[in-house]
Each structure stands twice: as C-alpha cells, then as structure tokens.
Design a protein around this ligand. Sequence first.
Ligand SMILES: *Cc1c(COP(=O)(O)O)cnc(C)c1O
Length: 377
Amino acid sequence: MDQYIAVNTPLLNGNEKKYLNECIDTGWISSEGPFVKKLEDQFAQQMGREFGVAVCNGTVALELALKAIGIEPNDEIIMPTFTIISCALAAIRLGAKPVLVDSDPINWNMDISQIEAKITAKTKAIMVVHTYGLPVDMNPILALAKKYDLKIVEDAAEMHGQTYYGKPCGSFGEISTFSFYPNKLVTTGEGGMVIMDDPVIRDKCQLLRNLAFEPKQRYLHEELGWNFRMSNLQAAVGVAQLERIDEFKQRKRAMGQFYDECLNDVTELQLPLAKTAYAQNIYWVYGIVLEESVMSGKELMQQLHAEGIGTRAFFYPMHQQPALQKMGLFAGETYPVAERLARQGIYVPSGLALTQDEMKIVSDKLKTVLAKAKVSC
Ligand SMILES: *Cc1c(COP(=O)(O)O)cnc(C)c1O
C-alpha cells in the first residue's frame, strides 16, 4: 500500500525549534517564562482583543471563561448540540445547564432561528461555536443578547484568523476562547487561550488559572481555582506558529479550494459552503456529508481507511451522549439536522503539512470508493 495519509499533520518548520532551544538554554520552562506573556499579548492583539490569558487547553479555556463571566449553578447556557463535549462540560462542571439548538443544514453552525425560543428566565449566556471554518452569523445573536441581557461566550477554537464582516472571530461578546491543539490553525501541542477586553475579567481569569493564589499573599486563597497554566515551552511553539498565521490561513483556503475543484462533480457529497455574505470559509477541516442512500459516514471512513486515508467523524451531538443522558439531560429531545450530520459527515485529511499530491490521492480514492458503492447497489 502507498503511504497512509493521516487526517492531520501539523507544520512546525518555522522558529519553533529556535524558541524551544531558548527555553532550554535559559532554563525558563514553566508558566513564568517570557514566551507566555508574549503569546498572550500578540494573540490578543491579532484577534482584536485587549487581553489574553493562556491556559493548558481549549476545554479548560471554556470552563474558565464561563466562571470568569459569573456563570453560577442552575444558570442556563444556550449552545449547539453539534459541537465537542468541551462546551457542555464547561457548563456542567460549574453546575450550569447546557440548553441545545439544532444545526443549520447548509453551513453546519447552530441554527440561529431556534435560539430565541430556548431563552428562559434562567438563561445567562449564549455559547457561540464557530464550526469547521465558517463563522456563526453573529449579528442576530448580538441583537438577542442585547434584547434579553445575555452574555456571549465565543468558542473560536477552530477560527484563528477568521473574520465576520471583517472583524476577527474571537472579538465578539464578553469573552472568547481558543484551542492550540495540533490540528488547530495555531498549535502549542496542547494549549488554549481566553481573550477579552474587560480588565476585571482578565484579572479573574489570571487568578483562577493559577490556583487562585492571592496576588498579595501567596498560599492564601479567597476562592477555589484551578491549575490551568500554560508552560513557556508550549508558548514558545505558539509564538513561532503565530508568526505564520497569515500564511497558514492562505494555505488552508487554498487546500479547501483544491478539494472543491476535485470533488464538486461528486453528486452524492455535500461539500463545505465556500462563502457567505460575512465570511469566506477558512476550512479548519474539510468536511463532507454523504447522501444517506449510499452508505453511512462510518462505512465510508472504514473504506477510506482500507485505502490508506485517515478521516474523522463529525461531532456526535450532545443530546445523544450517554454520559449526559445518564445525568437526566435532554430526555426526549431530537435535533434531526445534527443527527444526520453526525451519521453522514466525516472530514478528510486537512493538516497544514498536507501536499496537493496527497489531496489528489484522497479525492481519487474517495471517488473510487463511491463509484464502487454505486455499482454494488
Ligand atoms: C478543539 C476544540 C475544543 C477543545 O480544545 P482542546 O484544546 O482540545 O481542549 C473546544 N471547542 C472546539 C470547537 C474545538 O474545536
């Protein structure tokens, strides 16, 4: 078999090694090292915010964000069912309740027309999750937040460098979060960031990230915090990555366009929406949704794997998660669009180090697998 094409391979050939060596040479490897502050400042500025607080991953970034804006037990937070569990977890860990909406079948983001009906006296926030490369249509959500006095938390983990009507994703609402996992547009191996404009929320995030050590007296605690710190080693990689964000963005867009050209004649596939009035897709991952009559997404993944192509399933909806159902959440709720996306959607190799030759192979194998399925039915 030819070489296996992995679903993600990061690109680490900039200043990553040089900056890591600097950490080793100077002995600055903990969160006290200078790259952490550098990454916070540079990242916040590029994403259109005043402040950044680096943390150890994108999941805890969400938990910290909710805590810092004052989410309390029994508060309700509206979010898409079609997302990663990190979003629901952040609410649940604080004793709050995730309240779900279905997805839009065309852009795969939360269906904003369903939000207002879910608002109750307990609703405190809307968690916006920009999914797979296209931002959520923010203006109607900002209007709802104003009308009902709700906070907005933006999970921009998949949107480094993306914009909504020219304004950076991650600059909307009270607070926004990012992940720097290796398949994200900027990576630190493991890592995340919370960004905001309010210095009070920044201070709160800094305190809670660092075990809530009181700034005036270490080992004295007025409240319970976490150790969510990012190390200087991670931040060193992040600073090197951030230097290339424009190039990475262009590369992702070119990859998306290339896949589009290869696959737009395959009628059984729904391809990612290339653009809307407010944004051009950044193709964090290149997702495809297969027609149900052909085969399931799972079968397609297995067949592609046999052909040497790595893929990933789309998100599995929150209302169908056994761990959440066991808690008595979402009983009897159905969200047909998200359910279909989960059954039929997969994403193909989309890492920054992927070559055009590899994308051609992926597309050809995909077409072969689908042609075979047609013959056999
Ligand atoms: C990746 C991701 C996260 C979680 O980030 P980790 O760093 O892996 O914890 C959260 N939300 C979304 C939308 C993501 O894509």
